[in-house]
Design a protein around this ligand. Sequence first.
Ligand SMILES: Nc1ncnc2c1ncn2[C@@H]1O[C@H](COP(=O)(O)OP(=O)(O)O)[C@@H](O)[C@H]1O
Ligand SMILES: [Mg+2]
Length: 259
Amino acid sequence: MGNGIIVAVANQKGGVGKTTTAINLGAALADSGQSVTIIDLDPQGNASTGLGVAAGDRNPNSYDLLAGDTTLAKAARATAVPNLSIVPATADLSSAEIDISKRARRTHLLADNLKQATGIILIDCPPALGLLTINAMVAAESIIVPLQAEFYALEGLSQLMLTIRQVRQTANPNLRIEGVLLTMSDSRNNLSQQVEADARQTLGGVVFDTVIPRNVRVSESPSHAMPVIHYDPASKGSAAYRALAAEVLMRRKKEPVRG
Ligand SMILES: Nc1ncnc2c1ncn2[C@@H]1O[C@H](COP(=O)(O)OP(=O)(O)O)[C@@H](O)[C@H]1O
Ligand SMILES: [Mg+2]
């Protein structure tokens, strides 16, 4: 192993804030001096677009990294944010599930090819629990689970937890949950408050203290190819993602090996 910290941002539900969290937590950690690489593992390539990697400029990419046709050092490219690089994704990645399914180490490909990783690696997972997300879970030491503060938020969680348990039993016994992150919360909305209360009661200390508010600046920033903390540093969304970065670093200092 290199001395990298690999964290997967995963939830099989789409639209819960995985990509937004990968980009903005990544940028906030980078701002605090950490060397951060985002691996865009979603064929939709939203993290790549959101960080300004043009669609025609995505070689080498995460598919090549998964396939072992490139190295992390070659595939990671700088972004406009100092200390933040990205391994971009292309739509080719959607065929990866089939292409790699016959390989003997099909669930370990990303782990095998991230052995030399250094710094913090954030993997932006696709909205599914297929081979791509499994590869991320096998490679990662921990998982951040964004949970959108809406009615069915907790419903999909048992399936996700089951998959995490299976990965622990088979491939990655030390895989832990870095934290569950409440996203798109609306403090004036009773439902958001209810979901937050439920999540804290059901999941306990694994829920991050930091809650990400619904904030229009957060949703605008990708179209300007910038993390919100640079697009509008004074916004509530920026403050929340900076707080999340601080909380992640603080928790790690306090409890370097949490169960
Ligand atoms: N805190 C937020 N406030 C407002 N909009 C948000 C926030 N977080 C995410 N969004 C928007 O919600 C949509 C889904 O978020 P995204 O991060 O792409 O989810 P996922 O990667 O899980 O599919 C995007 O349009 C994004 O801009
Ligand atoms: Mg996404």
